[in-house]
Design a protein around this ligand. Structure first.
Ligand SMILES: NC(=O)c1ccc[n+]([C@@H]2O[C@H](COP(=O)([O-])OP(=O)(O)OC[C@H]3O[C@@H](n4cnc5c(N)ncnc54)[C@H](OP(=O)(O)O)[C@@H]3O)[C@@H](O)[C@H]2O)c1
Length: 343
């Protein structure tokens, strides 16, 4: 297959190249695209180097598959051009996710939705949604989820390279200093907000991930609610979310309270989750997987599985996953594999 990766120098794009290689995806020719800043830069792929191109008319000619790993405005412009050039397109931005004629796919959950791609474009969900839905799907199949209350703990890499840089810079300012100076850095407001977040992210927790939209909910919160409904084919699912940014480099986590159409016990939930595709139940007593444990591995990790004593038949769980891997690149490659299988 001739494969193009747009945004190949970014966090997701770089992970994409690694996962394509690791899973030995059959790539005949790889073309990589980035901004004019990266033109001519050479990227490593499968033991050789490939040179970055800029996006221009006709740049997708001859490609079978194109993966879009850039922000929404660029995806809106270039994904349809890639499809018009004859490629099947997997877009990881939010540009097309909620379009009714674009499938939104988690490989382990709703692969059959890829059967209909009238625009030649399929979308990958938001990284937080991806982690959550992988854990919800086995439960939802057995006992329809009626109501969901979720809080997220999202790492800075969810905001791309600028998010990683901002945390780095702020840590560096605080690191290596005495305890007294570190306290002063915070109390004296010496840690200035950066460009991505309006408050310091180092040593902090920001209870507002994304930008504020209708009803006081943020863009991230609406994505989590709406994308979950679309992927699970559960239009009437009642869900509410609070999305929080935490000073963690890689790995998103969520705490979820889940009510079903019938009571579900902890033991039944554990039976449904054990061996479910794409996830690992960390169930050693009070299994509490952390984002650091999830970073760099394929499955999402589920723990803290317990019954909610305030609402019989309701389950609480914790789930964490690598936002760059299952949350983006791995799912992208799995979608390419599914497209290849389907011909
Ligand atoms: N980060 C995550 O956890 C995550 C998870 C799921 C989905 N996503 C989505 O994946 C996409 C990429 O996110 P990311 O985190 O990888 O962002 P990122 O690290 O900031 O990378 C952005 C990429 O876009 C490229 N780019 C910028 N301007 C361009 C232009 N004019 N022409 C061509 N390429 C251009 C950059 O190239 P240069 O290096 O040359 O600037 C870079 O390769 C976004 O839509 C994001 O919402 C991200």
């Amino acid at each position: 297959m001739n494969v193009g990766v747009v945004g190949a120098t970014g966090l997701v794009g770089q992970e994409m190249l690694r996962v394509l290689d690791e899973r030995a995806f059959p790539v005949d020719e790889l073309r990589v695209y980035a901004s004019p800043r990266s033109a001519g830069r050479r990227l490593q792929f499968a033991g050789s180097e490939v040179e970055c191109e800029v996006l221009r008319a006709g740049c997708f000619d001859g490609l079978d598959l194109v993966v879009i790993d850039v922000d929404e405005p660029l995806a809106l412009e270039w994904a349809p051009l890639a499809a018009a050039a004859g490629a099947k397109v997997v877009d990881k931005s939010s540009a097309f996710r909620m379009e009714p004629d674009v499938p939104l796919v988690v490989a382990e959950v709703n692969p059959d939705d890829l059967a209909s791609m009238p625009r030649g474009i399929a979308s990958c969900p938001n990284c937080t949604t991806m982690v959550l839905v992988t854990a919800l799907a086995p439960l939802h199949r057995a006992a329809t989820i009626e109501r969901l209350v979720v809080s997220s703990y999202q790492s800075v890499s969810g905001a791309g390279q600028p998010g990683m840089r901002e945390l780095d810079e702020q840590w560096t300012k605080g690191a290596g200093q005495s305890e007294q100076l570190r306290r002063a850095a915070v109390t004296d407001r010496a840690l200035e907000p950066g460009e991505v977040w309006d408050r310091p992210i180092a040593g902090n927790v920001i209870p507002l991930a994304g930008s504020v939209r209708e009803a006081g909910y943020t863009s991230e919160e609406w994505k989590l609610v709406r994308e979950t409904r679309k992927i699970l084919h559960a239009d009437s699912l009642r869900a509410t979310a609070t999305c929080v940014r935490v000073p963690v480099y890689v790995g998103h986590a969520l705490a979820a309270n889940i009510r079903f159409s019938r009571p579900v016990s902890r033991d039944e939930a554990a039976d449904l989750l054990v061996g479910a595709p794409g996830l690992q139940l960390v169930d050693d007593g009070h299994g509490s997987p952390t984002p650091l444990e999830a970073a760099g591995v394929d499955p999402v990790l589920v723990g803290r599985l317990r019954e909610d004593p305030s609402e019989p038949g309701t389950i609480d769980l914790w789930v964490t996953g690598d936002n760059l891997r299952k949350g983006a690149a791995l799912n992208g490659v799995q979608m390419l594999e599914l497209l290849l299988e389907r011909g």
